[in-house]
Design a protein. Structure first.
Length: 362
């Protein structure tokens, strides 16, 4: 998931400016557990995706609690996992996607949460108060959810590119295509286009997807780790495989840009806040999670980053342009075609990594 710094996006609308402006004042005494931070220094280290926080969220948290929050950025889940697997270098809160939550739980690198310190979990939609990948939400607080689909330039393509065919199996837009830079995502969606599950563990199906991508590679401009939406905005590509919120952000800057989940379906993902083992400020981390789940704070974040919030109370404060936007909240028909990414185990992950190495070398 790739998000540009909010500081580089000054033209974004902010109809929630009243909420964002008062969040720090309103936050202070009403929804932060008291007496939880006295024995920790007032610092928090947040490890997050780029452009995945509200414009004033960290400053508001500081004003409400006196805790200084510092945010470092990672490009993808693989980078996050690799860093933490070697030992926590000092992070208090991280935001992995659901399949990597499973992987981190198996690697025993996530702390168990104290729900008594996160009373704002009651603001969550019922569907997000539990999770198959983390029963009872023992280790996770849902942050945002969404899809992966195709961002496109309406004037440069013929109609709506509602199939993965145009990215994976055609020369129609040769040299103007970007795919994501993640092995599981790119290979998984190739498998989905071929009629398989995007979570396939079948070596033959993984190989078939690999061969499809290698054959298409001459038509692909780039495997974009952190800038597919920016390439689309600049006109360097006309089609890009991207996280929905990233495309929604640039749609606000260019009316010619659109987003679609292909008819074959795609990934349905959920990002979660977690506390990694060895976090130096676990009480501050709980306070931060609780702050994020406040209705006003959550609404300001969702408005700014344009991803689907699992926070019922926050969603209730949003306008129809957000709550009824199918690129943010897909129809039931679209959701039925999508699949959650699963942790496939070390053997299958190795097959994907080896296929990815051959794809990049081809």
């Amino acid at each position: 998931m790739t998000r540009r710094s909010p500081l580089l996006r000054p033209t974004r609308r902010n109809f929630m400016s009243g909420i964002a402006g008062v969040a720090g004042v309103a936050a202070g005494l009403t929804f932060l557990p008291r007496g939880t931070m006295a024995d920790e220094e007032k610092k928090l280290s947040f490890y997050n995706w780029d452009t995945y926080i509200g414009e004033t969220t960290l400053d508001d948290f500081n004003k409400a609690t006196g805790i200084e929050a510092k945010m470092d950025l990672y490009a993808d889940n693989a980078e996050l996992f690799a860093k933490l697997k070697e030992g926590n270098p000092g992070y208090d809160v991280i935001v992995p996607t659901n399949d990597y939550v499973e992987r981190m739980l198996k690697a025993e690198i996530l702390e168990t949460l104290d729900h008594s310190m996160i009373p704002n979990m009651s603001n969550l939609e019922t569907a997000f108060q539990d999770a198959n990948f983390d029963p009872g939400r023992a280790h996770t607080v849902p942050y945002m959810w969404g899809t992966i689909g195709i961002g496109y330039r309406g004037k440069k393509v013929e109609g709506v590119p509602a199939s993965w065919k145009w990215l994976y199996d055609s020369d129609k837009y040769a040299g103007k295509i970007a795919l994501l830079g993640d092995a599981l995502t790119v290979i998984g969606h190739a498998a989905k286009y071929l009629g398989h599950s995007l979570n396939t563990k079948d070596p033959a199906q993984i190989k078939q997807a690999e061969e499809l991508i290698i054959a298409q590679k001459k038509h692909i401009k780039v495997f974009a780790n952190d800038n597919g939406q920016d390439l689309l905005l600049s006109g360097e590509v006309n089609l890009t495989q991207e996280w929905n919120g990233d495309i929604l952000q640039v749609m606000e800057e260019d009316d010619d840009i659109g987003y679609v989940v292909p008819t074959e379906g795609g990934v349905l993902w959920q990002d979660c806040m977690c506390i990694p083992k060895g976090a130096p400020h676990p009480k501050n981390a709980h306070a931060f999670m609780n702050f994020i789940l406040d209705a006003d704070v959550g609404a300001a974040i969702a408005d700014f980053i344009q991803y689907a919030t699992p926070n019922r109370a926050a969603k209730g404060k949003m306008e129809d342009s957000y709550t009824k936007n199918p690129a943010i909240f897909p129809t039931e028909e679209t959701l039925a075609k999508c699949e959650p990414a699963l942790y496939l185990g070390e053997e299958a992950t190795r097959l994907y990594d080896e296929a990815w190495t051959r794809i990049k070398a081809a």
